[in-house]
Every structure is written in C-alpha cells, then in structure tokens.
Design a protein around this ligand. Structure first.
Ligand code: NI
Length: 264
C-alpha cells in the first residue's frame, strides 16, 4: 500500500533532531510521497535541503503563508517569483486567508492570495489553499478568478457538505488531516456525501496530530491513521483509500510513481 502526505512542514525546527529518521519512518509506513508547502522566505532553504536529501520522496512547493503576510509582503512575493524562475516546484502554497490569528493585514492577505493564484495559473501548478475563518472570502475570490484550469487543494478541510461541494465545484480537492479522526468531528458526516475521487490525505505535521496522538508532534508516518478513519467512514478497504487518494495526489502534483507494480 502506497500513501501520500500532501501537506507536511518537515523542514520546521520541531524536526531538527530527527528529520531524516522521520522521513525514513514515513517511507517504512508506506508514505512514499511527502509534499512540502512553503511558509515564507525563511523556510525555503531548509525545505529545499530536505527535498534534495530525498528527491524521490519529498517534493517542495513555493508560496507565502497568510500568517506571514506583513509589511514586507511585496518583497516576499518577489522572492517567490525568483524561486520559481530558479528551479522546479510542485505547487504554489501554502497561501490563502487567515482571519483567526490576526486581522491587521487582511487586505494584504487578499492581494498576496490573488497574486499567488496568478502564479499558479502562469506556471500550471496546483494551489494549496489555507482557510481559517475565511471560507466565504476564499470562495468569493476563486469565483471572481473564474478559471476552470485552476486546480488545487483546500488544505485541512473541515467544513459542511455544502462547503465541500462549493470547493469541489471550483475544481478543488479536499485535504483530509488529523482533525478528521477527532471524536465527533463533523467531517465524519460530511465525508459520507463526498466521493473518494475528490479527497487527498495530509498531516500538516508538526501540527494537528490524529488520534491517538492528538496534542503531540504530528508526522507523516501517521497518514495511515487518517486513511484508516476514512476507510471506516466510507465503509471501504484501506487499499481502496490508499489507491484513490495517492493517485489523486500524484495526478494533482504530476509526480510519476516510483514503482507502478506496487499499485497493482
Ligand atoms: Ni500547513
């Protein structure tokens, strides 16, 4: 069984003491693909050195996280553009709108998000969207853009069936993380109404560890716990969950499988 973690921040300092062991453990758990969304200019170098250490398993993306949008956001966006000219990245992100932590820069957050949508379109890359108390604003922006060729992931999706259908209607997949495993989480009902072909798995490590590790450091080796929960909710096998979510991820990020026979 091959799994993909479509959203993991393994380059952060929480993994400074055991980063390579964490990647090896993930691979041993079947998590062969780890997508690395960027945060801001300070995280690019550690992210790229991890991607270079594991070129067949760790895939970098480039973007500016909404909570890193500050006075200097234009410089940060210019840095994103420079990196895109410099080497290959697999997605734009993570970007989006965060109204939870700080509303000081919400206008700048919107400008930065729109700019990154344009980059995703220009480079034909998937857009990794972060939403926190900003679902309606993000939907409004994506509807205004109105580009059917724009694809991507609503990262850490935890909304209603109605919201899931809005995201899917705009061409996006839903990223399912540890929150899905929390007791009585509303995603467990939402997911009954959403087809598997719209779903990908993610950890958002080191944050949001799934049960039974809730509150501790998260890591990609926990992806099988999320896959297990999804298989229970959908009443299908783990193999079916793995096959579908991994293929969805690989199509989205245009990654060729390491070993096709393992998919049989
Ligand atoms: Ni993230």
């Amino acid at each position: 069984m091959i799994l993909a973690d479509t959203h993991t921040h393994l380059y952060l300092e929480e993994f400074d003491h055991d980063r390579h062991e964490v990647v090896e453990k993930a691979i041993q758990s079947g998590v062969e693909y780890m997508m690395l969304p960027n945060i801001d200019s300070s995280s690019v170098k550690p992210m790229l050195s991890l991607a270079e250490a594991f070129p067949r398993h760790c895939f970098p993306m480039i973007g500016l996280h909404p909570t890193s949008v500050k006075e200097n956001y234009m410089d940060e966006l210019a840095a994103v553009e420079c990196w895109l000219l410099d080497r290959k990245f697999y997605g734009i992100g993570e970007c989006g709108m965060d109204y939870y932590w700080d509303k000081t820069f919400i206008n700048e957050q919107e400008i930065a998000f729109c700019h990154q949508i344009d980059l995703a379109l220009a480079y034909k890359l998937p857009l990794i969207v972060h939403i926190r108390e900003s679902f309606n604003e993000v939907i409004r922006i994506l509807k205004d853009v109105n580009k059917p060729e724009l694809k991507g992931i609503f990262h850490c999706f935890s909304g209603s069936v109605e919201q899931a259908k809005q995201a899917i209607g705009l061409g996006f997949s839903l990223g399912l993380g540890g929150v899905t495993t929390f007791k009585n989480n509303k995603m467990q009902e939402t997911l009954k109404h959403i087809e598997l072909k719209h779903l990908v798995l993610e950890t958002d490590a080191p944050f949001l560890a799934p049960m039974p590790h809730r509150g501790k450091r998260n890591e990609p080796a926990y992806i099988p716990l999320i896959a297990q929960k999804l298989s229970e909710i959908k009443e299908i096998s783990m193999e079916e969950v793995a096959l579908s979510t991994t293929q969805n991820a690989m199509n989205m990020f245009r990654i060729k499988p390491i070993n096709l026979s393992k998919f049989a």
